[in-house]
Design a protein around this ligand. Structure first.
Ligand code: HAM
Length: 414
């Protein structure tokens, strides 16, 4: 679990602002769901046999004896909230969210126990056009943030029936090669054989390559859905790669699954992942409402943004107010308020100090301008304006011209 220190918050704001702009551009509305839910919600949605539910949840019993869990993801919470508040009642809805998620995984680069997701969920559309919209939206976010080292991978898990037929053949195939399976795959063979396809163990590569392919088992409708999606992406000029081994680690998916992957983040290659979940609303007690969505790991996205040279650096004030003596403080703080009224960010010196010391603090703050008020300035009703980041001489500015002079140095309208 990480602290985000002030020097990095600027980058977080930059990414969060881009997310807000892009979601608005596609007509998605923000939803804020609690960080804690009843444990049962995740068991029923993500699936008992998944790594998340079996091994990674922060679960505790509260004072009422109720089992609660820190959310490991927010799709289930969006569905719960939608059912509870009638958001799906006779209408479709486009939602987005952002916030912390919790998984007790082995921490490494790009994988944390508290991490942040930005997610999108679209409820009420059955066709592949909304699946394509999700991919276009994420693609736009990469463009806005100047990220070009991510690749879209696609697969279809088909319907529960087609998946069952595939599972049957997959288990029969793997059973024949049981002696070659690693320990993890042997365990998965019993509980979640599809996940074996996701194994990262090189020793399993050959076995997986020859395994029955999900796409060969698709029912006619899922096949048409998948072809439709590929058609929309082709039309929109969004490149993708079909990855028949892409299976995802949550049980609620049907048909489309996708991931945006990168080779820039070491072992944690998935930046953004999601898919369609047409049975989930019903599974959690609602009507039959199709859904599709994705979630993106903000820490991973931030690391990609940081790899670019133009990534914004820390926040700096516009002006540092240097004040020498009690009377100068009174005038200086008034001036600072006037500048703040105009949207100028002013850090006022606190705890006094000699001129040299205050100027050193001004420099360290990263401010572009120091405004100095001492006895001499006060008697003449002027401030000394000292540009700190440009090689221009300081000058005296009358009190009622300070706003304009500051705006000129900042190159903003007065
Ligand atoms: P997920 O694949 O479990 O899907 O997570 C989505 C993204 O969250 C991952 O691709 C990764 O970028 C980030 N992420 C996951 N775990 C961690 C971690 N421990 N540390 C840092 N980042 C992490 C879901 O959560 C689904 N709810 C996505 C979805 C939404 N499907 C449909 N709608």
């Amino acid at each position: 679990m990480n602290d985000v220190l002030p020097a990095d918050v600027c980058l977080w704001h930059h990414v969060e602002d881009a997310i807000r702009r892009v979601t608005t551009a596609y007509g998605y509305e923000e939803i804020r769901v609690p960080v804690v839910e009843r444990t049962e919600l995740f068991h029923r949605s993500i699936g008992e046999q998944t790594d998340i539910v079996a091994k990674e949840m922060y679960t505790f019993v509260d004072n009422n004896g109720e089992s609660l869990t820190l959310r490991p993801e927010a799709t289930a919470s969006c569905v719960r909230a939608g059912i509870q508040h009638g958001l799906f009642y006779n209408r479709q809805c486009r939602l987005w969210y952002m916030g912390p998620m919790f998984r007790h995984e082995r921490p490494q680069r790009g994988r944390y126990r508290q991490f942040h997701q930005f997610g999108i969920e679209a409820f009420g559309w059955q066709g592949p056009d909304v699946d394509a919209e999700l991919m276009l939206l994420s693609n736009r976010l990469w463009n806005v943030l100047g990220i070009d080292d991510v690749t879209l991978e696609l697969n279809s898990l088909g319907s529960p029936e087609s998946r069952e037929r595939h599972r049957h053949d997959l288990v029969a195939y793997l059973d024949k090669r049981r002696s070659e399976l690693d320990e993890d795959s042997l365990r998965r063979l019993e509980v979640n054989p599809l996940r074996i396809l996701d194994s990262k163990n090189p020793a399993m590569r050959d076995i997986i390559a020859q395994a029955p392919e999900l796409l060969a088992y698709l029912d006619t409708q899922s096949q048409a859905h998948f072809e439709g999606l590929c058609g929309y992406l082709d039309d929109a000029g969004v490149p993708y790669r079909i990855n028949p081994l892409l299976v995802r680690g949550l049980d609620y998916y049907t048909r489309t699954v996708f991931e945006w992957v990168t080779d820039k983040l070491g072992a944690q290659s998935a930046v953004c992942a999601g898919g369609r979940y047409d049975m989930l609303v019903e599974m959690l007690g609602g009507k039959t409402v199709p859904g599709a969505g994705f979630a993106l790991g903000i820490e991973r996205l931030i690391e990609l943004v940081r790899l670019r040279s133009q990534a914004p650096t820390g926040w700096h004030p516009d002006v540092y107010m240097v004040m020498l003596g009690r009377a100068a403080e009174a005038a200086g703080l008034r001036l600072a308020e006037q500048l703040r009224d105009r949207g100028v960010a002013v850090v006022a010196n606190c705890d006094g100090g000699a001129l040299k010391r205050q100027l050193r603090r001004a420099d360290r703050s990263g401010a572009r301008i120091a405004l100095v008020l001492g006895e001499v300035e006060l008697s003449r009703r002027v401030a000394t304006l000292k540009p700190l980041r440009r090689d221009v001489p300081q000058r005296s500015v009358a009190f009622d011209e300070v706003e304009q002079a500051v705006a000129a140095v900042l190159e903003r309208p007065a």
